[in-house]
Design a protein around this ligand. Sequence first.
Ligand code: SF4
Length: 275
Amino acid sequence: MPKSKLEAASPFELRVYHGRQVPESDIRTALATGELGFIHSFTTGSTLDGPGVRIVAWLAGCQFRCVYCHNPDTWNMTNGTPITLQRAKEQLRKYRQGLKKMKGGLTISGGEPLMQHKFVIKIFSAAKEMGVHTALDTNGSLGSRLTDEDLEKVDLVLLDIKAWDNDRHQRLVGAPIAPVLEFARRLAALKRPVWVRFVLVPGVSDDPDDVSHIAEFSAGLGNIQRVDVLPFHQMGQFKWKQLGMEYTLGNVEPPSAEQVERVCQTFRASGLKAY
Ligand code: SF4
C-alpha cells in the first residue's frame, strides 16, 4: 500500500503542531461544515479495531484527559494534519477493494473522533457509498452530537467504558460517566452493533465491583457483540515527557495474562464474549 505523509507505522508516533498554521476561523468553519478534518495519522492493516483487516484514521482532538492515555499528542486538534474531505475520500477509494476482500473496513479513532463529528459522518457516508464497512472508536461522551440518521452510517461502534463509579471515572478521565452510559443506552434502543472496550490498568481501573457493574450493564443492553479487554501499556509514556506533562503511572506495570483473564471472566460470567 502506498505511503503518504499521513500514514504512520504505528499510532504511537509523536506528532505535534501539524495544523498550527491553520487560522482559528478556518478551524471553526471546518468543524461546522465537516469539509476539513484534522488527522493525527492513519495506519493500514489493523486487525484490532473492528472486524477483518482495516484502515484506521486517528483523528486529533479529545476532551477527555485519561491518566493512561497513550496518545496525548492527539488531545489538541491543531496537532493534527489538516486534510480536506475530498482528499480523505480519495485515499479511501484507493483501499476500498482491498478492504472489502479482507472483510475489513474503515475505523475512525482518535483522540475522540466526535470532536469532528461532521467530518466523521461525511467520510462514513462516502465509505458506505463505496460499500466499505465503517466503525467508530469513541469514548461515547459526545454521542448526542450524532442524529439517528448519522448513526445509520456507522456499522459498528467501539465504545470505551472506562469505569462505572462516577468519582473513579472523573479521576481517570476528568469527565462524568453519565453521557457515555446514555449513549450506550441509545445505541441499544436503536439496535446498533457495539463492541465495548475496557482498558485494564492494574490498581487503577481493576476494581472488581466496578468491572462487575460494567459487565452487568453491558450484558443488559442486548446489542453488545463482544468486549475487548485492552491491557494497559507504557508505549505512550515518552509522549507525556516530550510534551512536558506530568505522567502519574510511571510505576504501573502492565497487567499479567492472569489479570486480563480474570477481568474477561467477569464479562463472560454476565453472558458476554470477552477477549
Ligand atoms: S479518550 Fe482516548 S484519546 Fe482521549 S484522553 Fe482518553 S485515552 Fe486519550
